[in-house]
Design a protein around this ligand. Structure first.
Ligand code: AMP
Length: 377
């Protein structure tokens, strides 16, 4: 594929906040943007030259969308692979639909990770009721039951404290294909976002340490403070995965640091990731610009860190008492606000994030505490 320079048109399948941030970076760099998403209120669509507001399976619309794009990418996993493969027949689709196929299904993803000898938490596939007993024997309890498809932010998951909980929990999740996974005693969570070009050049962003609340990403600290050995191993694993998948684009690898010091791969996302949003304000190149550079066939950008940074999600809960006090929030030095343009705040819905840049993480934490007080009142 010849490089697609500014002025070319980038097609984004999916129009959520990841598409919005990619569209913003693409427009900054002089690209045109097409967004394909069935949601009329798609956060990305307002930044696009054109919004293709159709179901993901609408072939005629997909065909016309493709003819208006020079290269196509996707911004979330729950798109039918058939649609993305159909697009690939018309225009380059990067990362390849095959990578989407692996990453959108936990069973395929775990099988891939096993083939790559990546360390993962003990797990057992459950495809039918007859598999439940074996899963309990293999994994034991406490464990987590996770649906193979369509799970995110702790959705499609159930905690299994005792063996008797498994069958009702599996039925409660719809009796769909799932995995039972050992509940790991977590010391920390971290992630690696890796960019890879068609020529095989790779760049890994600085490693964030991530904190979750109720299964949803809450905040990140960069640098992680977890030490060179752990960060180095995470980067090596991320590069090996990206190379094995022949990735062109960016991919996030989520890790658990288990008691005993073992680093386990939790899951993969073949796209920018919530835990990589700090790169927008904290790195020379953002994860979205890197995605654009990789899929457009341009040289990868410099992924290095410009400043210690804390990033925190803003969920719809911040609207519980009405509109948050943006004036006070924006009076905090070093705070950068990113809102996704969503009009209906709902509890746990990701509405935006802020990052705090400061000479040290201790100072960033102090400012973040003040920001949280403002958002809670
Ligand atoms: P996931 O949707 O798989 O990324 O899980 C969301 C969050 O749930 C993770 O970031 C962890 O905080 C927690 N979690 C998921 N799987 C496990 C596990 N096997 N052991 C302990 N905690 C887990």
């Amino acid at each position: 594929m010849s490089p697609k320079y500014p002025g070319s048109s980038i097609g984004i399948v999916g129009g959520g906040q990841l598409g919005r941030m990619l569209a913003g970076e693409a427009r900054r760099m002089g690209y045109r943007v097409q967004v394909f998403d069935p949601d009329r209120e798609s956060p990305a669509a307002v930044l696009a030259d054109r919004h293709w507001c159709f179901p993901f399976t609408e072939r005629e619309a997909l065909e016309e969308f493709a003819s208006n794009a020079d290269v196509i990418t996707y911004e979330f996993e729950n798109i039918p692979v058939e649609s993305v493969s159909f697009l690939e027949g018309k225009r380059p689709v990067l990362p390849s639909p095959e990578i989407l196929r692996v990453c959108q299904d936990r069973l395929r993803e775990k099988a891939f990770l096993a083939r790559q000898h990546c360390p993962v938490a003990a797990f057992s596939p459950i495809e039918r009721a007859g598999d439940l007993e074996r899963a309990l024997r293999t994994v034991g309890t406490p464990a987590l039951l996770k649906t193979a498809r369509l799970g995110y932010d702790g959705k499609g998951q159930a905690e299994i404290a005792a063996p008797k909980d498994l069958e009702p929990a599996w039925r409660g999740l719809g009796g769909v294909p799932a995995i039972l996974e050992k509940k790991v005693r977590l010391v920390a969570e971290l992630s690696a976002v890796v960019g890879r070009s068609a020529a095989g050049a790779v760049g890994v962003f600085p490693i964030p340490r991530n904190f979750h609340r109720e299964g949803i990403f809450d905040y990140s600290l960069v640098p992680s403070g977890l030490g060179e050995r752990i960060e180095g191993t995470a980067k090596e694993i991320a590069v090996a995965i990206a190379s094995a998948l022949r990735l062109v684009g960016v991919l996030a690898v989520e890790f658990f640091l288990a008691e005993g010091g073992e680093l386990l791969v939790n899951e993969l996302a073949p796209r920018p990731h919530n835990s990589g949003h700090f790169t927008l304000d904290g790195c020379v190149t953002s994860q979205f610009e890197q995605q654009l550079r990789a899929i457009a066939g341009l040289p990868l950008g410099d992924a290095s860190l410009r400043s210690p940074i804390l990033l925190r999600n803003i969920l719809g809960d911040a609207w519980a008492q009405g509109e948050p006090d943006w004036g006070s929030l924006l009076s905090l030095p070093g705070l950068r606000l990113h809102l996704y343009g969503k009009t209906r705040p709902a509890a746990k819905r990701k509405m935006g994030h802020y990052s705090v840049i400061a000479p040290s993480l201790a100072e960033a934490r102090g400012l973040d505490e003040r920001a949280q007080v403002i958002l809670r009142r």
